[in-house]
Design a protein around this ligand. Structure first.
Ligand SMILES: NC(=O)c1ccc[n+]([C@@H]2O[C@H](COP(=O)([O-])OP(=O)(O)OC[C@H]3O[C@@H](n4cnc5c(N)ncnc54)[C@H](O)[C@@H]3O)[C@@H](O)[C@H]2O)c1
Length: 439
């Protein structure tokens, strides 16, 4: 009998004997350390693009089984269930409502890879149900949702990995060590940028009837009710405020994470200022800005963010990346690797030139780290507080331009002070019957 079964049975016996009844909260807080050869049973909520990728990385590890998949699109759900059947020899149970999946007591942990407006509720409910969680970035589509997710993870004592996978990447770690060791001199500023064609969205098309395989009401969930339009659905929801935040949150969640990591920053910025707009063309379907520049002020550091949807050129010949400017050298990094541009003084390099360090895909390492932490109950490489802080920076960038204001976040008050227009964008109003979760 494994430890989990033993605990379940002893709880049942105790209940039968009337000795004690555990509250759901106590049950969620109880966790079982698993040995390396005990199976971790996962469920996946949202399995089109990223959910499928993360699930497969998990299934490639030993002693992992997928027991259930939940998607509001039955075409996608069935396709993935068939693929999992071929991979593990057992078809996962298919659900359209994540609450049913969470009732499945066999499931230890869930992957949440729904659109951003659908991260908070499933994540909080998964914690309440005693499941560990891999939740995609940005942590949520608002600062208010991120806050309640942090509370849920800690209150229910869950192992949570946020999908900022660079945290588990060897070349990202080595670059951070290089900077932390002082090798580029005092780090004063970082430029970060993301320029992608996809972020312009697709050409505007009229609304149409909801395809039969899609439960569109469940897809909208807590977001405002509206008619179906394909340009706002799978994948391209990212460019509409009710569901996502455009490049600022899509790529900002990754790159601002590195900008903060370089100085081990754990606090919000002193101020945020932004400029930009939608200047590309009126023919494309998006609300999120195609053109955006954001400046974050910190006590001894500035972070700049640049996005230009509809282009793919960028500084240092990269469509996205970061350039850390130190007194002695600039370190430039993207997923392909990092390289150094030393400053020159009196005809010589201020720091020795070193060969370019190449990088590789980091999702699998990040998933491995999550599974390992589920077994050991240790902190993951990207804990929930980190996901929340980075999401706060990214959302504040959008909010600064949406409200045409220079923002100052008050962490104690959890507000932008007297800026009521910005405060109105901290927490969304959920559409009934969905209720904003309380811990
Ligand atoms: N870490 C990364 O590198 C990375 C890369 C891409 C996407 N992402 C993140 O992954 C998440 C998903 O993005 P995507 O590109 O896979 O989007 P997608 O639109 O391709 O897939 C989302 C899936 O969720 C399903 N879904 C929507 N609402 C649901 C609900 N209530 N219950 C169950 N299923 C539901 C949809 O039907 C769809 O199959 C986003 O948060 C995104 O930011 C992360």
């Amino acid at each position: 009998m494994n430890r989990r079964k033993f605990l379940e049975q002893s709880t049942q016996l105790s209940i039968a004997a009337g000795a004690f009844v555990q509250s759901p909260e106590t049950r969620a807080k109880n966790h079982v350390r698993k040995s390396a050869n005990e199976k971790i049973v996962i469920g996946v909520i949202g399995c089109n693009n990223m959910g499928n990728g993360i699930m497969n990385h998990a299934l490639n590890q030993p002693n992992v089984e997928c027991a259930a998949i939940c998607d509001i699109d039955t075409n996608i759900g069935n396709k993935r269930a068939d693929e999992v059947m071929r991979k593990q020899g057992k078809r996962p149970q298919l659900y359209g409502d994540f609450r049913k999946l969470l009732e499945n007591k066999d499931i230890d942990a869930v992957i949440i890879a729904t659109p951003d407006h659908w991260h908070c509720l499933p994540m909080v409910e998964a914690c309440r149900a005693g499941k560990d969680v891999y939740v995609e970035k940005p942590l949520a589509n608002s600062i208010g949702e991120c806050n309640v997710m942090v509370k849920a993870a800690r209150h229910y004592n869950r192992v949570v990995q946020v999908g900022q996978q660079q945290r588990s990447g060897e070349h990202w770690q080595s670059a951070m060590q290089f900077i932390h060791s002082g090798s580029i001199g005092t780090l004063r500023k970082v430029h970060s940028w993301a320029n992608f064609n996809y972020a312009i969205g697709s050409r505007i098309v009229p609304d149409e009837p909801v395809p039969a395989h899609i439960d569109f009401n469940q897809w909208l969930g807590p977001a405002p009710l509206r008619t179906y339009n394909r340009t706002r659905h799978h994948g391209s929801w990212r460019f509409f405020w009710d569901y996502g935040g455009g490049l600022m949150t899509d790529w900002g969640a990754h790159l601002l994470d590195i900008a903060l990591w370089a100085k081990n920053i754990k606090t919000p910025p002193l101020s945020v200022a932004a400029s930009g707009g939608n200047f590309y063309s009126p023919d494309f379907a998006h609300e999120a800005f195609d053109t955006l520049s954001v400046m974050y002020q910190l006590p001894d550091y500035t972070i700049s963010w640049e996005q230009t949807a509809g282009t793919q050129n960028g500084p240092y010949g990269r469509s996205y990346g970061l350039a850390f400017v130190g007194n002695d050298a600039t370190l430039v990094i993207d997923r392909g690797g990092w390289e150094l541009f030393p400053e020159i003084d009196k005809g010589g390099y201020k720091v020795p030139a070193i060969p370019k360090r190449s990088g590789k895909e980091t999702h699998e390492e990040h998933v491995k780290n999550w599974l390992e932490c589920i077994r050991t109950r240790k902190e993951t490489n990207c804990p929930i507080e980190n996901g929340r802080l980075v999401a706060l920076y990214a959302h504040a960038g959008n909010i600064a331009l949406r409200t045409n204001s220079r923002l100052e976040w008050n962490e104690a008050a959890q507000s932008f002070g007297k800026n009521e227009a910005a405060n109105a964008l901290i927490t969304p109003t959920y559409r009934a019957p969905w209720e904003f979760p309380k811990i």
